[in-house]
Design a protein around this ligand. Structure first.
Ligand code: FES
Ligand code: FES
Length: 902
């Protein structure tokens, strides 16, 4: 049947439904003719014949409901879909199901035995996991390795695991964990079996609970479990473990009893979000800008201290003793007269008591957990065992899956849709043009993808971005060179006079490409309209408040009718910071077009995620820097041309975009670490049709590349050592100076290196975290650069959990080095989106990962962010090292445009 919902242009099919309007049949529930017999996890299973030629991945996920096996790329590039076939690690997206007939297929759910137990135990003990999305595949690949080689060396591990991508950059820990598992097996030790921990239930808040000073954040269950409602979304950065640490610290709870879940739906009746922070006159829940620990360090400590005071008051009331005499330690409440109780026994009474007025968090000298290592992440077991449910894994009764075909050029729109071939594909239910493309709706993701491939759409490109990335780069260059539309963001002294009087001047232009986030879990969202008119949405977003607004707008309902659930996110890195070009809007549009009859999962194929854009902006910087005859920096003039990012962030734009200056573009340049007597920063907002979004470390990812490269060039022109040169500039910034001194000392800066090696240095003050990095590189006989070693020193204030900070620094470096070496989104002739998957968007893999030495500096300052802090220095320290080694100054990224990187 064909249904026209809106508009009536001839030739434009607005929506076509093929199936009956009843709930769709489940492919697993109604086998027509059984042809395919598989052995999966030791059990014989029979599957509908239509799955025979389809990838095994979708048989496992859609027909058998084994969701531990993940989809990441669909083209054999990521190995998130790894299973064992007769013990060999195999990419199930590249294996037709019929090829598995007669074999033993083992998924993460069915893997057992001493080897996988040793692997999982090592993974757990080494805190390998971040977002966790890739980890079922990683652990199965590691198991296959150890089954074939019980003592692989680092090179063998690197070769074997090189196919398994991890966008969180856990490679070093994976390598160590494999080594540890090998040792365990060699010693004949029986590894500890890892048990799944059930997902924490996030009960909706009543209005009374919302108004309570404790309940929206901490609940103590009757079994003594402390449930932390995390205002900050866990997407791999470890905030759940960080909040568990500070809550356990202030509550004097047993750390093992603390469970953490993503909170959402904290809308206050008067507006704003109970889990939010002030932003632009509003109050939004948003996990970004490495602000989780910065923003919630004080509030969660105070709430936990209040919860402790209430427990003490409850014990005092129950026992008839003064509250001051009640002691709490490791989750046990005691009185010197011998009375004792667990938290759970006192929870109900405590919840009814008022909070004393004079509660204060502990002094740092009293800390037992904060600043100490040795704790395991709270979200690890499910992520290793494949039981953690990401948005891609959510299945609701009667749910349909939609994929959206986006235009091949940004800004094009569907002019004519021929959906006949798509609708002829088995399982395809509907074709629905929506704002950002054309949705194909089907029983399963695989059905929908086949429908999408069969869909024929003529695109109206009259409003599309028609320029290639080379043409866009030329426009950025032109704007920088002409100074057209430039706005002064900061000016100190007289930079023109200082430059004209300088003994040495560097005048250089630095060029950086569009970059994608490409987290391991591709874009997705699930929605369902309930009978009582509540729109429920599931999405691994960084900004639940934004999604609530977007879902309400797309559904045409009030925000109070929207309930957001936030599963663990399989990475994000800024991609899901706001709701523009977002899968939530697409999912709701599709569900609405289907009259809310079906729950809808919107699942992007990787290609369609790339075509949704939301890239890190392209940026061109011109820097003119001058030094006096003594080789001291006297002038620094930085001009930037880039698409602004803040306008894509509602609320935040009000305070991040002022007088034509986008803070998201200028961050790191307007507030750099060095004292420069004559300084001028100008910025030009480039217009293009590309959706731009924050990307790990935002503007600092390009502004600090330009600055640290130019500083190095000027130091060389002035004949000065680049560390000495920076040391002078940091006289008024003791925290960054200390980081520089420490990194230089530990990297043995100034000592000779073997032939064919060199070092580079860079400094950063990112959002009040202070860091310095020394990178050592080598050149092989095929003229390829190897990144050998990184020494990274960081002052991020009080370190809540040293191991988690190290993990974030390692992950950020690996992320940023991959981008610096290879990262580039390309639009071809006419603006065609060329880069659509990992085959054209190489990222760092295990074999290329350097040694990383993270040095944490003691500090009594409040904690600052760590999730992005290692990104800004990664590229300039690398290119500075390459310049020192080869004499070639790389001013355009990625590095591989100039020299190959291994
Ligand atoms: S290799 Fe199979 S999903 Fe990426
Ligand atoms: S832990 Fe590997 S992609 Fe996140």
């Amino acid at each position: 049947m064909t249904s026209h919902l809106a508009g009536d242009e001839p030739g434009l099919v607005v929506m076509t439904l093929r199936a009956a309007e009843d709930a769709p049949p489940s492919p697993a529930a109604k086998p027509k003719e059984v042809l395919l017999k598989l052995n999966v996890n030791g059990a014989d299973v029979e599957v509908d014949d239509r799955f025979a030629t389809r990838p095994l991945l979708w048989v496992l996920r859609d027909a058998l409901g084994l969701h531990g096996t993940k989809y990441g790329c669909g083209i054999g590039q990521c190995a998130a879909c790894t299973v064992l076939i007769d013990g060999r690690n195999t990419k199930s997206c590249q294996t037709p199901a019929e090829r598995a007939v007669g074999t033993a297929v083992t998924t993460v759910e069915g893997a057992s035995g001493p080897v996988v137990d040793a692997v999982r135990d090592a993974w757990h003990q080494r805190n390998v996991v971040q977002c966790g999305y890739c980890q079922p595949g990683q652990t199965l690949a590691a198991t296959a390795l150890l089954e074939s080689d019980r003592s692989p060396d680092e090179a063998a591990i690197g070769r074997w695991m090189n196919g398994n991508l991890c966008r969180c950059g856990t490679y070093l820990r994976i390598r160590d964990a494999i080594g540890q598992a090998a040792e365990t097996l060699a010693a004949g030790r029986v590894p500890e079996r890892l048990d799944a921990v059930p997902a924490v239930e996030m009960q909706p808040l009543t209005p009374e609970e919302m108004a309570d000073p404790v309940h929206p954040y901490i609940r103590i269950q009757q079994d003594g479990t402390v449930v932390v409602y995390s205002s900050q979304i866990e997407m791999g950065q470890g905030i759940h473990t960080g909040l568990a640490t500070i809550v356990a610290e202030e509550l004097d709870a047993d750390f093992a009893s603390v469970r953490v879940g993503n909170a959402a739906n904290g809308a206050k009746p008067e507006g704003g979000d109970v889990y939010g922070t002030p932003a632009g006159g509003g109050f939004i829940q948003l996990s970004g800008k490495s602000s989780s620990m910065v923003g919630f360090w004080s509030s969660y400590r105070l709430v936990a201290a209040k919860a402790r005071a209430r427990l003490a008051a409850a014990a005092a009331e129950a026992w008839g003793v003064p509250a001051e005499e009640v002691e709490i330690d490791s989750g046990v409440v005691r009185h010197p007269n011998g009375l004792r109780a667990g938290f759970g026994e006192l929870a109900d009474r405590a919840a009814r008591l008022p909070v004393p007025d004079d509660v204060r968090p502990k002094d740092p000298g009293q800390y037992k957990l904060i600043g100490r290592g040795g704790r395991l992440r709270v979200d690890t077991p499910g992520k290793i065992l494949g039981t953690t449910r990401f948005t891609i894994d959510i299945t609701l009764p009667g749910m349909l899956t939609a994929v959206v075909l986006h235009p091949p050029k940004f800004g094009a729109t569907a002019a004519r849709v021929d959906d006949s071939a798509a609708l002829a594909e088995p399982g395809v239910t509907a074709v629905i043009p929506i704002e950002e493309g054309v949705a194909v709706v089907a029983e399963t993701f695989d059905d929908a993808q086949r429908g999408l491939r069969a869909l024929r759409v003529d695109w109206d490109e009259s409003g599309a971005e028609q320029r290639s990335t080379e043409e866009l780069l030329a426009e950025h260059r032109r704007l920088v060179e002409s100074g057209e539309q430039a706005v002064v963001a900061r000016q100190d002294g007289d930079v023109a006079a200082a430059l004209s009087g300088a003994a040495q001047v560097v005048d250089a232009t630095y060029e950086l490409p569009y970059l994608a986030h490409a987290p391991m879990e591709p874009n997705n969202a699930v929605c369902r309209m309930s009978d009582d008119g509540i729109l429920e949405v599931w999405t691994g977003t960084e900004g639940p408040s934004y999604e609530r607004t977007a879902a309400a707008a797309a559904a045409g309902v009030g925000e109070d009718r929207v309930r957001i659930h936030v599963p663990y996110a399989g990475g994000s890195f800024g991609l899901h910071s706001t709701s523009g070009h977002d899968p939530v809007t697409e999912a709701v549009q599709v569900a609405r077009a289907l009259d809310w009859k079906y729950p809808v999962k919107l699942q992007s194929p990787r290609e369609e995620e790339f075509k949704s854009g939301r890239y890190r902006a392209m940026a061109v910087h011109r820097v003119q820097a001058g030094a006096d005859a003594q080789g001291r920096l006297t002038a620094f003039h930085q001009q930037i041309a880039a698409e602004p990012t803040s306008p894509n962030m509602p609320l935040a734009v009000d305070f991040l975009f002022k007088d034509g200056v986008d803070y998201m573009t200028t961050s790191g340049a307007v507030d750099g670490p060095y004292a420069v007597p004559n300084f001028k920063l100008e910025t030009t907002n480039v217009e293009s049709g590309l959706p731009i979004m924050v990307w790990r470390s935002v503007g600092n990812s390009h502004t600090e590349f330009a600055r640290e490269s130019a500083i190095d060039e000027l130091a060389a022109a002035a004949g000065r050592d680049p560390v000495d040169f920076r040391r002078d500039l940091l006289a008024g910034n003791p925290r960054t100076l200390r980081a520089l001194e420490l990194a230089a000392e530990r990297a043995s800066w100034g000592t000779p290196l073997p032939e064919g090696r060199a070092r580079g240095v860079a400094c950063s003050s990112f959002l009040d975290s202070h860091s310095a990095q020394v990178t050592e590189v080598s050149l092989d006989n095929r003229n390829r650069v190897h990144i050998e070693k990184i020494t990274f020193a960081l002052d991020c204030g009080i370190v809540v959990d040293p191991d988690q900070v190290r993990a974030q620094v390692e992950g950020g470096l690996i992320w940023a080095l991959g981008a610096a070496a290879w990262g580039e989104v390309v639009l071809g002739d006419g603006g065609q989106i060329v880069t659509q998957n990992f085959d054209r968007y190489p990222v760092m893999r295990m074999q290329s990962v350097p040694r990383i030495d993270v040095l944490l500096i003691d500090s009594a300052e409040s904690p600052t962010g760590v999730g992005e802090v290692s990104v800004p220095t990664a590229a300039p320290a690398l290119t500075n090292a390459i310049a020192a080694l080869t004499g070639t100054r790389i001013r355009r990224l990625p590095v591989t445009k100039t020299i190959r990187v291994f």
